[in-house]
Design a protein around this ligand. Sequence first.
Ligand code: ZN
Ligand code: ZN
Length: 231
Amino acid sequence: MFIHTVRSRIANIHLLESGSGVVIVDAGFGNAAPLVLRTLDQLGYSPRDVRLIFLTHAHIDHVGSAAELRRLTGAPISLHRADVAKARAGKHNMPTGRGASGKILEHAFNGLRLKFRYEAFEPDVLFDDGQTLCEFGLDARVVHTPGHTLGSLSLVLEHGAMVIGDAVINQIRVGMPLYGEAPALAYDSARKILGMRPRILYSGHGEAFAGDALARYFELKGLTTTVSGAN
Ligand SMILES: [Zn+2]
Ligand SMILES: [Zn+2]
């Protein structure tokens, strides 16, 4: 299995190559489809080799080109049920800001009444914790990592690799995103990821980073690594 990262503006799209095709993880903003198809072509794949468009969550920078990519590849789109309402509406509000800078930005966006709009779509497949992607040709397990959105999903891959969407990001440094629907859950999800002892983490934002970097973030912030919730 190979992981190829496509950098689409600020957000990452990951192409997971298995022996039997490609799973696209996240779909970038609304104009990312040509870049994805070009990259597939460079890797020797036709659009028909795409088995699944797996969305980590329904924010505009991750699903903006989902509907377009489905049209171009014929592959089904998957999502967690808790994010389906956003996908159907084709929009989401500014999530709650975390910390001082998050709050300032939240107020600024709300003041502008900015709506985060994208082409609405109905997912074809719904995933939840513990399911696998075997039927789509990929040795991967789905992990529910809610907080950033309630439906945020991650994937456990071979050899200690994980794709984690915006559960933890690496913009400037490894840390929690500034926005989240349920910030307390987001920390538990980061702990859950840490508890899986990943070797390498592929985030929705920034370069991939080592599992140790997430452990160091917890240490630096003086955060406990014990998961408080039931899951
Ligand atoms: Zn997001
Ligand atoms: Zn994002």
